[in-house]
Ligand binder design. Structure first.
Ligand code: IVH
Length: 704
């Protein structure tokens, strides 16, 4: 293969695309030999050389990194091989706490939410955070009927056959109080000893070794051949639940005790603590025992013990309010800073990346680390050639902490941050925040849509899963089409078919394409010509407008036309009513409002926006019909509430499908007023809007 002989530095971007595709296929093939047949066909060294080449090309062409790149895989069988399972109750992740102050804040925020005074009892469980992979086990009539990985939280992979081979997981539960339908959730992991044994066996067979027990557990569970999983001594701890007919207790600890009675392993270091001091003491105790546990843990998880409190506290978009992971301090290592490269992100931010002499930190080889921004490099005084301390904290990107002064080479020069964008040559500037007068930490390329780095990244974002999600138009195809001039701007996606019909160089004749795949692509694009306003807004990649903000905006403005009109008004006059309305929306702060005004105030953007809209039918966000009496209604809470805090009231109303607004207007359906309500009550009366008190509210929503 001629391409394989070309040095990485010499590869053109077209060649790199081809080579990355070939490497992905070859490495996947070797992984198959290795994982499924336990019979590698090349030596470990040759296999590593392929992966290193893949990595080196990706380093040089970060834009070309494939969705299926071997550098992204943990050595497991690709997930498409398993059936998908939609979780009856989403599998969420946990917020983090890093020090005692964060833990105190966790307690304080909960007390505020629940309107509990400082002296009121509020107990928590504290248990090790197991560094494995989470699993949901569904039992019906006492039989294990389904085991699913977390996946993206909403949908996981069906790994039932493999999980059945795990001894520590009961296949049937006979207890008389075991509900008819029950999902036990917990962590699958490997002990240090079993991990070492597996690696020894692998390396004796000339195979690849796993980087750490977590990867080995994941690789072992996601085998197509269950007999391989069966040969790996996977273990399990139960710590949570999903769909549950009824619960065997009214506290977290009570449920864990039932788990234990039912035959599930429960971590014996779990304890109930009465207050923050108790949590911190137990954290210290678990940390002291960490090295002797025989399995990896990366922190301690605290959960509110009372389940009625857990219910009231509910969830933020991805994490529960009633639990937090208190992480152990980061692991550190020393290495040499070989270079500082500047990457340009989707929003034009120039980010310095440290290229490091590869070093193992906490069991993982690290060769890149973030340096955050220009000031950070200056503040830390880091120079190329320095010996630096690198740290990894949990799954956070590795960071350069500091340099080692007495190891600095004599010729090391201070780093000069570029003032032009390395991707397009446009000036790169640091904004001054109008309000604070402070200079932004981030230097940004001013090239906007002419900057290739931003364009490609914006396009990738545009078609990403939670945005337009066009099947067959993933990162790799976007990059290819971009480089070939087929898609330069989002609206080009929707004119692709028409242009293709007129073109001499038809898509169907491209390498890797054919009639069917092109037809499928066009069908997939057509399918997305109708899209919800929330997704559309998110897809535009406006700074600070993520999915949640997209939804808030869609809910508030209703239609595309109303939104466009309001945004133009807001952009034209920041002191005007439209900007104030935008700023007043619950969940939108000045930063977001400013970012929207800036976006819509820029003619380039408006042009793209309007051209896109010509191709699309943008639909209003459908109100979530929760079937509750307040579903789809706009509600204002005012005055002092006595049975719940304002945050709790808001979360409760939203859970029931209502919108919560901070001010009374024609659009308000209902005002819930407590003692001391003033002007809002008056306004409601003027507008003839229904007003009820807090007790009525609980009756109305059937929770009295
Ligand atoms: S509770 C809704 N408890 O950590 C909350 N998670 O960083 C459910 N994990 O996805 C999670 N040990 O995979 C919980 N004792 C423990 C845990 C634990 C490990 C994992 C779990 C979760 C991740 C969040």
């Amino acid at each position: 293969m001629a391409l394989r002989k070309i040095a990485v530095e010499e590869l053109s971007s077209d060649q790199a695309v081809e080579e990355l595709a070939a490497l992905a296929a070859e490495i996947a093939e070797h992984d198959r030999h290795y994982h499924q047949e336990d019979a590698p066909v090349i030596s470990d060294a040759d296999y590593d050389a392929l992966r290193r080449r893949n990595e080196a090309i990706e380093l040089r062409y970060p834009d070309l990194v494939r969705e299926d790149s071997p550098s992204k895989s943990v050595g497991a069988t690709p997930s498409e091989k398993f059936g998908k399972v939609r979780h009856a109750v989403a599998m969420l992740s946990l917020g983090n706490a890093f020090d005692a102050d964060d833990v105190a804040d966790f307690d304080k925020t909960i007390r505020r939410f629940l309107s509990l005074g400082d002296d009121a009892a509020l107990a928590f469980t504290a248990e090790p955070k197991i560094d494995g992979l989470s699993i949901s086990l569904r039992y019906e009539a006492g039989e294990l009927v389904m085991a699913a990985t977390r996946g993206d939280g909403a949908e996981g992979e069906n790994v039932t056959a493999n999980v059945r081979t795990i001894n520590e997981i009961p296949k049937t539960v006979a207890a008389s109080d075991f509900p008819d339908v029950f999902e036990v959730r917990g962590e699958i992991y490997l002990s240090h000893q079993d991990f070492a044994d597996i690696n020894e066996k692998q390396s004796k067979a000339g195979g690849k070794v796993f980087a750490n027990p977590r990867n080995a557990a994941a690789g072992s569970l996601r085998q197509l051949d269950s007999s391989i999983t069966a040969s790996r001594p996977l273990r399990f701890f139960a710590y949570a639940w999903g769909e549950a007919g009824n619960l065997p207790g009214d506290t977290q600890m009570g449920v864990l005790e039932a788990f234990q009675r039912w035959g599930f392993p429960v971590n014996q270091l779990t304890e109930v603590c009465d207050n923050v001091d108790g949590l911190l003491a137990h954290y210290a105790e678990i940390e002291r025992q960490r090295a002797e546990l025989g399995y990896d843990i990366d922190g301690v998880v605290y959960k509110v013990n009372r389940l009625d409190y857990q219910d009231r506290l509910g969830f933020r978009s991805r994490t529960p309010r009633w639990a937090v992971a208190h992480k152990f301090a980061a692991e550190k290592a020393m290495t040499i800073l070989e270079d500082i490269e500047i990457q340009v992100g989707r929003t034009g931010a120039l980010t310095p990346v440290a290229r490091l002499k590869p070093v193992t930190v906490g069991g993982v080889v690290v060769s890149n680390a973030t340096l955050h921004n220009e000031d950070e490099i200056e503040r830390k005084g880091i120079r190329i050639g320095d010996t630096v301390v690198v740290q990894r904290a949990g799954d956070v990107i590795p960071q350069v902490v500091e340099f080692v002064a007495d190891k600095r080479p004599e010729d090391a020069e201070p780093f000069v941050f570029p003032k032009v964008c390395p991707a397009c040559g446009s000036h790169a500037v640091r904004d001054v925040n109008e309000k604070t007068g402070k200079v932004d930490a981030v230097r940004r390329c001013t090239g906007g849509l002419i900057c290739p780095a931003q364009r490609v990244e914006r396009l990738k974002h545009f078609v990403s899963r939670n945005a337009f999600d066009i099947e067959g138009l993933g990162d790799k195809v976007i990059v290819e089409f971009y480089h070939d001039g087929l898609i330069q701007s989002p609206q080009d996606i929707f004119s692709l078919e028409v242009r293709d019909q007129k073109s001499l160089k038809r898509l169907k004749d491209r390498e890797g394409w054919g009639e069917t795949s092109v037809r499928n692509l066009f069908a997939a694009i057509d399918e997305r010509r109708t899209i919800g306003l929330d997704r559309f807004l998110y897809a535009l990649g406006i700074r600070h407008v993520g999915e949640t903000t997209g939804r808030v905006l869609a809910r508030s403005y209703g239609t595309l036309e109303a939104l466009r009109f309001a945004m133009l008004e807001a952009a034209a006059d920041r002191d005007g009513e439209a900007f104030a309305d935008l700023n007043n929306i619950d969940g939108i702060g000045t930063t977001v409002a400013d970012a929207l005004a800036e976006f819509f105030g820029e003619p380039h953007n408006l042009k793209v926006f309007d051209e896109l809209c010509e191709h699309l039918t943008v639909t209003a966000l459908e109100a979530v019909d929760t079937g509750s009496p307040v579903s789809g209604k706009t509600i204002v809470f005012t005055g002092a509430l006595e049975r719940m805090s304002r945050d709790e009231a808001k979360a409760m109303a939203e859970r029931l499908g209502a919108k919560v607004s901070g001010s009374v207007s024609k659009k308000t359906d209902l005002v819930v007023a407590g003692p001391g309500a003033g002007s809002k009550l008056k306004k409601a009366a003027e507008l003839g809007i229904e007003v009820i008190d807090e007790d009525d509210w609980f009756v109305r929503v059937g929770q009295d």
